[in-house]
Ligand binder design. Structure first.
Ligand code: HEC
Ligand code: HEC
Length: 494
């Protein structure tokens, strides 16, 4: 087999081992945000760990994914052996970027009961403070290399390999209910569970606000959806839900040898990621860019409130829920590879009966109740809100400029915006990801936002406090400490 025919992951695997051997021997700082690849000095070990696809000039040899893999037992043995090194490298990166401690915020929970995490978790560069960073121009922050590590785009656990990565809570509960195993043998989830949405999340229906959470505290699967929803949904929506909880073959979970589950797998379901129509924090890579190093990590967005939205996907801007529902299975799920999809088993959904039913159910998923918002303009009711929340609202609509993009009623303008964060840093390689500007990204709605950590399309921000520091710099707002904490209080009320 020639090098060209090897799967990129195989090449990366070899490179990762070489790179990590140097790490261990040389007692390097575990994380070099700016690697040799970006600086152009070919001797630095992390350069060896760059994916083979990130070749010169930001262009790869391949658009199609190579479809030849070693025999499965060989692949399994090699990738299992490489996993500890890959995880060590990624967890070191997470430690360098964030304060990952479990510090629940007092007096505030997600819609059912999981505490929010409090405080700014992105680490500051040595010697910097948030207010002295805010006093600098973007060029000054860039030239002094002071852009905080956690504000850079976040790489996938193994950027060159990509694919679905499920949190442990989802893996355990799916196995318990269905016997289906979502464990990957080549890598694990890289964030502690206290930074994820509550599991299982509550599920609210636009059609039955009187019922509140209809999930009965359960993860909705093919084992229980009928019992939970019969008599609440019409037959068409019930059928749409059935399809949303039915597994179909996918890239990492299929019946061929080219998979990342130990045993052949019947696949994954829509709700494996969009748990109860919300999100469990499962991440993946966006399909659009090539080479692999340029693909965004994407955090699963909630499907709550899709009925009120006009753009779907962080960057693709598909125009309907139907389109989004239809295309994934044809393109090997977020890999945009129609050849691989065929090999592993494409499930072509029929638009009129299947896609329509699935979309119809998704359109029923309501934002969680926000009892402090008025019915008319979805702003705070002064009789119910605290002084901090009301001050936060003034900042949000005033000095903070947040409402220019996050407009009520759903706190989104239904457009995409290019925030141009690359004004603050030079392109660099981070664990196999080429960190450049993100380009235009959909303005995600902020209704129910406290239920949906981590934040931004790639989940690079862990708390609402982090998002305030991020926008304070990106929009050059120079907010005071009081304004910042008031903004957080306001967003928690949405
Ligand atoms: C591997 C986890 C995963 C699975 C499985 C999955 N999704 Fe998604 N979904 C995502 C991610 C990640 C995004 C964000 C994509 C992006 O940013 O381009 C997304 C986005 C969406 C969106 C657009 C939401 C928005 O706010 O823009 C819809 C609608 C959607 N998915 C529906 C579905 C349906 C229907 C299925 C099953 C056919 C499905 N998803 C299966 C992870 C998943
Ligand atoms: C120029 C338009 C614009 C302005 C102004 C703006 N935002 Fe955003 N906001 C965005 C976009 C675009 C995203 C998605 C970015 C991404 O995912 O990379 C976003 C994402 C967010 C998120 C995370 C949403 C999620 O689901 O992960 C939060 C929280 C947020 N903004 C809060 C604020 C606050 C607070 C302000 C004011 C201080 C603000 N934004 C001002 C456009 C804007």
């Amino acid at each position: 087999m020639t090098r060209r025919l090897l799967h990129p992951s195989t090449l990366f695997f070899v490179a990762a081992l070489t790179g990590s051997a140097c790490h261990a021997g040389g007692q390097r700082e575990p994380v070099t945000v700016q690697s040799a690849a970006a600086r152009g000095t070919p001797t630095d070990p992390p350069a060896a760990a760059a994916p083979a696809t990130a070749s010169a000039g930001g262009r790869s040899e391949l658009s199609y994914m190579p479809s030849i893999t070693p025999p499965f037992p060989e692949l399994f043995a090699r990738m299992t052996a490489a996993k500890p090194t890959i995880m060590q490298r990624q967890l070191a990166l997470m430690q360098a970027r964030y304060d990952l401690a479990n510090r629940p915020a007092r007096g505030v929970t997600m819609s059912r009961s999981k505490p929010l995490q409090e405080g700014v978790r992105v680490k500051l560069p040595r010697g910097a403070t948030w207010s002295n960073l805010a006093a600098m121009s973007p060029a000054e922050i860039r030239d002094k290399e002071l852009w905080p590590a956690g504000f850079y785009p976040l790489p996938h656990t193994n950027q060159a390999e990509g694919g679905f990565v499920f949190p442990n809570s989802q893996i355990v509960e799916t196995k318990r209910q269905e016997g289906r195993d979502l464990t990957r043998f080549d890598l694990d989830f890289d964030l502690p569970e206290h930074f994820l949405p509550e599991f299982p999340p509550p599920l609210y229906l636009t059609t039955r606000p009187d019922l509140g959470d209809v999930s009965q505290g359960k993860l909705v699967t093919n084992q229980n959806f009928f019992q939970i929803f019969e008599g609440i949904l019409n037959p068409k929506d019930l059928d749409g839900l059935r399809l949303l909880v039915t597994p179909f073959p996918q890239q990492q979970f299929n019946l061929t040898d080219d998979r990342r589950s130990e045993r052949p797998s019947t696949g994954a379901t829509c709700f494996d990621c969009h748990a109860n129509g919300h999100t469990n924090g499962t991440y993946h890579l966006a399909p659009d860019a090539r080479p692999e190093a340029y693909r965004h990590r994407i955090n699963t967005p909630t499907l709550r409130g899709v009925n009120m939205q006009r753009l779907f996907g962080s960057q693709r801007s598909l125009k309907t829920v139907e389109d989004f529902t239809q295309f994934e299975q044809r393109g090997a799920y977020f890999d945009g590879d129609i050849v691989m999809a065929t090999k592993k088993g494409t499930n072509v959904l029929e638009r009129g009966s299947q896609v329509a039913n699935m979309a119809d159910f998704q359109e029923l998923l309501a934002f969680p109740p926000a009892p402090k918002l008025r019915a008319n303009d979805k702003k705070l009711d002064p009789a119910l809100a605290t002084p901090a929340e009301l001050r936060g609202q003034s900042v949000f609509f005033g000095r903070g400029q947040c409402a220019t993009c996050h407009a009520p009623p759903i706190y989104s303008d239904n457009f995409s915006h290019d925030l141009r964060a690359e004004r603050f840093f030079r392109p660099r390689e981070i664990n196999g990801l080429m960190a450049i500007g993100d380009g235009p990204i959909k303005t995600f709605p902020l209704r129910g936002i406290k239920d949906s950590p981590p934040y931004l399309h790639d989940g690079r921000l862990l708390t609402l406090e982090d998002t305030v520091e991020f926008f304070n710099l990106v929009l050059e707002l120079k907010l005071g400490d009081g304004e910042k904490s008031d903004l957080v209080a306001f967003m928690r009320a949405l």
